[in-house]
Design a protein around this ligand. Structure first.
Ligand code: ADE
Length: 246
């Protein structure tokens, strides 16, 4: 899968992309992340990428020309043509990113990510260039670079072979519509705190049941809103009713 990132701060990206799972995924050609500096497409004398807002007011606005030129030239779009993959603007005004959107985006062979800076971007970019707008949550950052890395990370780990574990991302928190069950590893006792007996029992049916119930209980306590959309069996519902009535 190829990610094309458009940014005024390309230096933000390498350190994270050269680490751990994303580094390995890149080395194995499972993902290709290309970071493009919008400033390289600004043809004015000082390579200006922003200007004052029409109508007055504070702050600066990202100019349309360098961004259109960067995206059109890298993606080889003709100005009238429609791209056949998403061009995503990272903005607090977008739809709020979640695991379902990550899964949906992981189906595309290529995605373009446009990182906003300053107070905003010229509205014509939103109207005539981007195909989607995504926010990573209801708070405002200084730019779209960290949100772009978050999308790259969440999407990449869903791609085949990126995670070492063959069961991959399927047991993740959110993948099943529930929070994940608790994990333990050695030692069996740490500072007087033990490990639930069932995990040491070797009885895999019992362990699976315990994990499912723990996931349900955690979700009920911490994120009850998620239960409305989760796929629940009859036994799950019975177990949740028991907890609610306890
Ligand atoms: N840029 C600034 N804040 C953002 C947010 N919350 N999500 C995506 N892009 C942003």
């Amino acid at each position: 899968m190829q990610f094309d990132v458009f940014t005024l701060l390309p230096e933000v990206f390498p350190s994270y992309l050269e680490t751990s799972i994303l580094k390995r995924a890149r080395e194995r050609d499972l993902i290709d992340v290309r970071v493009h500096n919008i400033r390289d497409y600004a043809h004015s004398k000082h390579h200006t990428t922003d200007d004052t807002p029409y109508g007055g007011g504070g702050g600066m606005v990202m100019k349309p020309e360098p961004i259109f030129e960067a995206v059109e030239s890298v993606l080889k779009l003709d100005p009238a043509g429609k791209p056949d993959f998403p061009i995503i603007l990272l903005t607090p005004q977008g739809r709020v990113f979640n695991q379902t959107i990550a899964t949906e985006l992981s189906q595309h062979p290529r995605i373009a990510l446009l990182c906003g800076r300053y107070e905003g971007i010229d509205e014509r970019i939103r109207q005539h260039l981007v195909t989607d707008e995504i926010s990573i949550g209801d708070y405002v950052l200084t730019g779209g670079e960290i949100p772009a890395l978050i999308l790259i990370d969440a999407i990449s780990r869903l791609l085949p072979d990126v995670l070492g574990d063959p069961t991959g991302a399927q047991d993740d928190s959110h993948a099943m519509g529930l929070l994940e069950y608790p994990h333990y590893t050695r030692p069996p006792e740490f500072r007087g705190h033990g490990v639930p007996d069932v995990l040491l029992s070797g009885d895999h049916a019992k362990i699976d049941k315990w994990r499912r119930e723990q996931a349900l209980e955690r979700t009920l306590r911490k994120r009850p809103d998620m239960l409305e959309k989760a796929e629940l069996t009859k036994d799950d519902k019975k177990f949740l009713d028991k907890l609610r009535n306890a």
